[in-house]
Write a protein that binds this ligand. Structure first.
Ligand code: URA
Length: 229
């Protein structure tokens, strides 16, 4: 019993050390995130998506004061494929559903092109609240929510996580490598059993349509791997 408790403590301490290492690798020396909050989140006993949603709603973070709705997740809660985006935009904030704006419409087209749709995948984001003016999430915001993202993935328990864009990829893999280095390459992290494939964010594809083929190939690979597993 005592051994189990010690194992748990060591695991939580390791998670916090990993976060701090990530900050230092990213060149951040002024860390204003409350590590106790991150530690508390990692320790909470959460066993269902409904419990997770409630726990996330209670996280104290200033961006929620500017948002209309919390955007949790959508799709098949038992899916083999989980898509992880960055943060809600204006339309997602209005509707409380991930990827329902322009990026979402492109995402739906890419999914359809490989024979998938929202009944076959689960979709969520690194942040559940829209950052004001659609700015990129800060390292502090990402760090605060990362334990919840890990929990979210663990509860859905997919075989594959597709990270949409650099923010989701870097946050999940805790890496400072670029998307050029990471896109289309399978990765793993200790905290989840799924394999991870970074690909382009649909918003980037709207700006750079010539990259759509690469994204389509990534999704084709994902679909084939999910069917083979
Ligand atoms: N972009 C994201 O990363 N997530 C959304 O839900 C919408 C746009």
């Amino acid at each position: 019993m005592v051994e189990k408790e010690n194992d748990k403590k060591n695991k939580t301490n390791k998670e916090v050390i990993d976060v701090l290492k990530w900050f230092s690798d990213a060149g951040v020396s002024d860390i204003s995130v409350d590590i106790n909050t991150v530690q508390r989140a990692a320790k909470q006993s959460i066993n269902t998506l409904a419990e997770l949603k409630e726990a996330m709603r209670k996280v104290e973070i200033s961006i929620k004061d500017c948002a209309l709705n919390m955007v949790f997740g959508v799709g098949n809660e038992h899916a083999d494929i989980l898509l992880l985006g960055e943060a809600p935009g204006a339309e997602e904030d209005r509707q409380g559903i991930p990827f329902v704006g322009q990026s979402g419409q492109l995402l739906d087209k890419i999914l359809a092109a490989v024979g998938l749709d929202r009944t076959k995948v689960y979709i969520t984001n690194i942040l559940p609240w829209r950052p004001p003016g659609n700015r990129t999430p800060t390292l502090q915001e990402i760090t605060l929510f990362r334990p919840y993202v890990i929990k979210h993935i663990s509860l859905v328990n997919p075989k594959i996580v597709v990270c949409l864009g650099g923010t989701a990829t870097k946050a999940l893999l805790q890496t400072t490598q670029t998307m050029t280095q990471l896109r289309g390459r399978w990765s793993r992290i200790e905290e989840i059993s799924a394999v991870i494939l970074p690909t382009f964010h649909p918003a980037y594809l709207l700006r750079s349509p010539s990259q759509k083929r690469e994204a389509w190939l990534d999704f084709l690979t994902v679909k084939n791997k999910a069917s083979a597993a």
